[in-house]
Design a protein around this ligand. Structure first.
Ligand code: ADP
Ligand code: MG
Length: 451
């Protein structure tokens, strides 16, 4: 049996064991590269597939190989970067990196003290007429901390770059004034820290911590609406910092006057500073954003594909990025960058406005299929790591795709408590931010969900 035949045998057996979709996703373009001294080297088309094979299918492949060659002891996976990339019409672009290079997933680590993520900077923040006021105000603060615009209040819709801008301000301040204490926190998290402090009688420490800050950045302040105790404590911290000319930066999805259950005294504090809104980016800016993200991810996508995405997604930069990520996922799995025709096939569900439709049963099915586990494993109580993760992803998807309530999701997943669901959704949400590999995994699942 030569190497090719050997691999054919393995593939034949694997195909019988796992779902067709998984077989195609993970085993397409794999090969046996060599076999020597009990070590079989298998090549995968890209890093993501390689990792997946290592983690999920190593045992299965080894078992099948051993049935044929009992002396085989080990498998090693490598990336086959020699595989030529079919770059369709954009061959002339010489800057295209081999697909392997595109998979050096960038992992950024959150600074635990400041909660700042270094991936958000002014350099990669594209400015257009929709956000230039907010950006300019943010930039000005980095030059005149505490004295120019205080507080700075930035508001705008979902996915339009508020968090990115807040973080960029924080990162710049942190770099520029190394002795100053910068802290970024969402108002949600602020609220739960406060509850923790209250229940553990740690209020003094809580206050001391916040009173020491030189630049306090609070994201999504609308979430403290209606929470009286949180508003009260925040008001005191606000005043304390403000009186000392410490910088305060706040974001919200709406202007202060529209946050209905915000205490009047807080509202007037917010209105006393600089208020800047973020609107919707125009087509030109959407193109610039896509180009910058593609460049960041070292992938060269043709102008007409980018233009198609930018024309169809108008109101949310996160969705714009999501569409681009799908194109990248497709390229990595298929080793070819899609042209406009393929793009039309892989993006319709994001782009056609009658919203994508799925249901929780379908999510159960697709997730369990993707991870090669049983639907019952999702409902089950087992705490095995390989089941916990798919379960959390199921909860996350039901929440995000169907907007279901936490109690509903808990009930469908075997009667779990709604706080468990909430925790899972938050966990995945947070991880996605910094873990491109997980982003990629979830994109692949979504692709199956709507196809
Ligand atoms: P919001 O907080 O307003 O919901 P985010 O700041 O989380 O939005 O932005 C969503 C995504 O879009 C992030 O990945 C962010 O990096 C990206 N993004 C938003 N605005 C810009 C911009 N002006 N330039 C580049 N990327 C942006
Ligand atoms: Mg945000």
């Amino acid at each position: 049996m030569n190497l090719k035949e050997l691999w054919q045998t393995v593939l034949g057996e694997v195909e019988l064991t796992i779902s067709k979709a998984n077989f195609i996703t993970w085993f397409k373009n794999t090969k046996v590269h060599s076999k020597k001294d009990g070590l079989v080297t298998v090549s995968a088309p890209n890093g993501f597939t390689k990792e997946w094979l290592e983690n999920k299918y190593n045992k299965l492949i080894l078992k099948i190989l051993r049935n044929n060659y009992p002396d085989i002891k080990e498998i090693k996976f490598i990336i086959n970067s020699k595989e030529p990339l079919n770059i369709n019409k954009i061959k002339k672009e010489s800057t295209l990196k081999p697909i392997g290079d595109q998979l050096n997933f960038q992992e950024f680590t959150l600074n635990k003290e400041t909660n700042l993520n270094p991936k958000y900077t002014f350099d990669n923040f594209i400015v257009g007429s929709f956000n230039e006021l907010a950006q300019a105000a943010g930039m000005a603060i980095t030059k005149h901390i505490g004295t120019l615009y205080n507080p700075l209040f930035i508001y705008g819709g979902v996915g339009l770059g508020k968090t990115h801008l807040l973080q960029a301000i924080g990162n710049t301040l942190n770099e520029k004034y190394s002795s100053k204490k910068v802290k970024y926190i969402s108002s949600d998290k602020f609220g739960s820290e406060l509850i923790d402090a209250l229940s553990k009688k740690g209020m003094d420490a809580f206050k001391r911590k916040y009173h020491r800050i030189d630049a306090l950045i609070i994201d999504d302040i609308q979430f403290i609406a209606g929470k009286e105790k949180t508003q009260e404590e925040f008001f005191h911290i606000f005043n304390n910092l403000y009186q000392k000319n410490k910088q305060i930066i706040i974001s919200s999805d709406r202007p202060p006057q529209s946050i209905s259950t915000l205490e009047e005294r807080l509202r007037s504090r917010f209105q006393g500073g600089m208020i800047a809104d973020v609107g919707f980016p125009d087509l030109e800016t959407r193109m610039a954003i896509l180009k910058s993200k593609a460049k960041e991810k070292k992938i060269k996508i043709s102008e007409d594909v980018l233009n198609y995405i930018a024309t169809h997604i108008q109101k949310n930069i996160r969705e714009l990025e999501g569409a681009l990520n799908r194109i990248i996922a497709f390229s990595q799995i298929n080793n070819t960058i899609p042209d406009i025709k393929t793009t039309l096939k892989i993006l319709p569900q994001i782009i056609n406005s009658p919203k994508k439709i799925t249901n929780y049963k379908n999510i159960f099915k697709i997730v369990s299929d993707f991870y090669d586990i049983k639907i019952n494993d999702l409902i089950d109580r087992s705490r095995k790591k390989e089941l916990v993760r798919p379960r959390q992803i199921t909860m996350y998807l039901i929440r995000n795709e169907l907007n279901s309530s936490y109690p509903f999701i808990g009930e469908k997943l075997g009667g779990r408590d709604h706080t468990t669901v909430m925790y899972a959704c938050q966990k995945i949400n947070k991880e996605i931010e910094n873990n491109e590999s997980l982003q990629h995994e979830i994109n692949l699942i979504k692709e199956r969900l709507y196809n």
